[in-house]
Design a protein around this ligand. Structure first.
Ligand code: NDP
Ligand code: 2IT
Length: 452
């Protein structure tokens, strides 16, 4: 007989907010994920009896630590580092590290929570985790970044392992930072294994990992459009951000015949009505990845384009939008503007880029809305494939990885359709589809383990 009666979503959220005061991003992520799940489990007593929702929203553990390092002027700098190990029911904790001054425990808890569902959707055996630091790599020399990464890893190394917890990149953490961190791991532990993904090809990395998130978000949009007998060709697209995810979203959209007219960073956006070609994109990659410049410089090189400081791209008329910068970058007024200007599809390359009211507006308008945990799962999926290659001590060919990525993204789309069908045969609620689709496997594994 059940010891717990079914709790309402309202009571559940009140209790979560009480237990996690001030963690607004975490509240937002939990609200979005659990609302459709509460409907789904309404008539499934085991999930209530075993308090799965209460357990899945309490991270297994949160580590926080001091990171001390010296800058080029010889001054002592102090940052804070974290690793949130949210849930390892279906595999080792897996998720990126973010270095950005805005990073705090709330943001990392939201990301680790989302990651748990995203990783489940990929169909690969990976649990959910996330970590990072309030360190700002912007304006730092390579040596300062190296000293910070070594100090960060000197604490983090005791919490991770190739079958325990496998970090990767996220905002502010790319190939350079992963090289420095993996180098320090190897030095401390004497192990050379798959403890990190996103590694360089010379030391165990996988082909296609850099491209995977942006390509995957574009494939997800392609699948959503195909479900309505439509395609990306000739569509005007807005992309925000200009980092890893944005760059490869642009690349794939252009390859599929779409026209991308914007890119952005935290200072503003560029609008290029002629379209960002693959040639222009190569220039952007060099600007952002090698010279570490600002997107504003684009307009000095490509005539006919303009730079709009202090704003995001969503006011530009488009068919499709790909938010690829950060959380809460599409506010309700942005969502309304996109809809008013004729936007028919949004594929979230970033994690939680749309506020809850914005998502509600998109769903009410019945446009194609691919939430981050489905649309941007290509990155962690190829990370999972990197883990497999490292375990097997081999590397796969690019064509095999291309096919696997494409198949995983279409598989995620199929799961979303299965759990996201509505009374209107033309409208799939991908938010419900992704959240319930990601939940079932994790929850059933937790039930199998009993009370742990
Ligand atoms: P990068 O650091 O490579 O690029 C981030 C981009 O977003 C930059 O253009 C940056 O501009 C902009 N940005 C960052 N923070 C803010 C902010 N607070 N306001 C406005 N713009 C901002 O990161 P990624 O491309 O890797 O990550 C982008 C998003 O995609 C994140 O939400 C991340 O969690 C998500 N993601 C990443 C994956 C990956 O494999 N890398 C996988 C799945 C999701 P600026 O230079 O001014 O900071
Ligand atoms: O948000 C994400 O999925 C990532 N930053 C990638 C995580 C990973 O482990 O590749």
């Amino acid at each position: 007989m059940s010891k717990y009666t079914a709790e309402s979503h309202y009571d559940f959220m009140n209790d979560l907010v009480r237990r996690n005061p001030g963690q607004i991003e975490f509240h937002q992520a939990v609200y979005e994920v659990t609302k459709p799940i509460f409907d789904y489990i309404q008539d499934k007593p085991a999930y209530h009896e075993y308090r799965i929702m209460r357990r899945i929203t309490e991270p297994d553990r949160v580590m926080s630590f001091r990171v001390c390092w010296e800058n080029d002027a010889g001054e002592v700098c102090v940052n804070r580092g974290w690793r949130v190990q949210n849930n390892n029911a279906i595999g080792p904790y897996k998720g990126g590290l973010r270095f950005h001054p805005s990073v705090n425990e709330s943001i990392l808890k939201f990301l680790a929570f989302e990651q748990t569902f995203k990783n489940s959707l990929t169909g690969l055996p990976m649990g959910g985790g996330k970590g990072g630091s309030d360190f700002d790599p912007k304006g730092k020399s390579d040596h300062e970044v190296m000293r910070f990464c070594q100090a960060f890893m000197t604490e983090l190394y005791r919490h991770i392992g190739d079958d325990i917890d496998v970090p990767a990149g996220d905002i502010g953490v790319g190939a350079r930072e992963i090289g420095y961190m993996f180098g320090q791991w190897k030095r401390i532990t004497r192990r050379h294994n798959g403890v990190f993904t996103g590694k360089g090809l010379e030391y165990g990395g996988s082909l296609l990992r850099p491209e995977a998130t942006g390509y995957g978000a574009t494939y997800f949009m392609q699948s959503m459009l195909a479900h309505r007998q439509d395609g990306i060709e000739k569509k005007i697209c807005l992309v925000s951000g200009s980092g890893n995810v944005a760059q490869f979203a642009v690349e794939k959209i252009v390859q599929l015949g779409g026209k991308v007219v914007t890119l952005s960073d935290s200072d503003g956006f560029i609008y290029d009505p002629a379209g960002i070609t693959l040639e222009k994109l190569e220039w952007v990659k060099d600007l952002k990845n090698e010279r570490r410049g600002r997107i504003a410089e684009y307009v000095d090189h490509f005539s006919g384009s303009e730079y709009i400081p202090g704003l995001r791209p969503w006011r530009v008329p488009c068919h499709l939008a790909f938010p690829c910068a950060t959380q809460n970058e599409i506010l309700l007024e942005d969502a309304k503007m996109l809809l008013a200007n004729g936007c028919i599809g949004v594929s979230e390359g970033a994690n939680m880029p749309t506020v809850i009211e914005g998502i509600d507006a998109f769903l009410a308008a019945k446009i194609l809305f691919g939430p981050g945990k489905a649309a941007n799962a290509g990155g962690v999926a190829v990370s999972g494939l990197e883990m497999s290659q490292n375990s097997a001590k081999m590397s796969w060919k690019e064509e095999d990885l291309q096919r696997l990525l494409f198949d995983i993204m279409t598989g995620i789309h199929t799961s979303c359709v299965e759990y996201g069908r509505t009374e209107d045969p033309r409208f799939i609620d991908y938010v419900r589809g992704a959240n319930v689709g990601g939940f079932v496997k994790v929850a059933d594994a937790m039930l199998a383990y009993g009370v742990v």
